[in-house]
Design a binder for this molecule. Sequence first.
Ligand code: R5P
Length: 291
Amino acid sequence: MTSLVIPLFNARELGRKIALKSDKQLADVEVRKFPDREVYFRVDSSVKGNDIILVQSGYPGPNHALVETLLAADTCKDNGAKSITLVMAYMPYARQDTRFKKGEAFSLQAVAKLLLGAGVEKLITIDAHNWAEYGEMDLHGLKNLNISAGKLLVEHLMKKHKIEKVHILSPDMGASKLVEEAAKAKGAEFSALNKERKGDFEVSMTGKLDVKGKDVIILDDIISTGRTMLLALEKVKEAGAKRVFLAGVHGIFGWGSLEKLKKKADDLVSTDSIENEASEVSLAGEVAGVI
Ligand code: R5P
């Protein structure tokens, strides 16, 4: 019996790195789309009696990624896998983690139920959006371990730019736990702004900043349209910071935001939960340590 890492489409590279770091075998898989865009999945290694680790990311194409994951888990279960763990580097459908309005889909609960039904026994997430805590928890019946990559991003920037003393800023209250964890790990000072979202592309921010003459890292879980980072960056510059670095665990970088933010900040980095030009920090080591 052995452990087998199965890399799914959006996390092909990350899956390979996790297998390497954890000294586990990598399975051969075939993933493609039928002409009508349905997903085809086949695992070309024996899964029978093995502990299976599926590695996936929910971006791009969260729907495709989800269906591919369900097909992979169900196939492994049917073929006699001993256990199935899913590493979801960027957790899709995490935003709708409750019914904010009557009649809305409780998307996160629905996804958890689907994964459970397909045979996933344990879900490993990285700074999943809106999770208030890190560690082991129950996600609508699914065993979940949520870990943080904040420390890795901060360490990377500090080393790369020879930052000795840093102030870590959360651009909103939602990311304050992530920022607090990273700051405590590095013995750094930290603070948070208050953000109000008025629409997908419109945000406003309030809060006092004590960053004059300091090196600041603005750390968030997701950079999507980039509006949050852009506004926080402007506020930090107005408050007289020496240098401003941006770090997002999950870099979606839509609407040309990567280029825009890069021009305005001293540096911009993300992890490889979503592969992009800024994903300088790999999650492989952290994940290998918990599987
Ligand atoms: C939301 O609360 C998250 O923590 C991020 O701040 C948000 O997803 C960033 O989105 P955007 O880049 O579109 O402002």
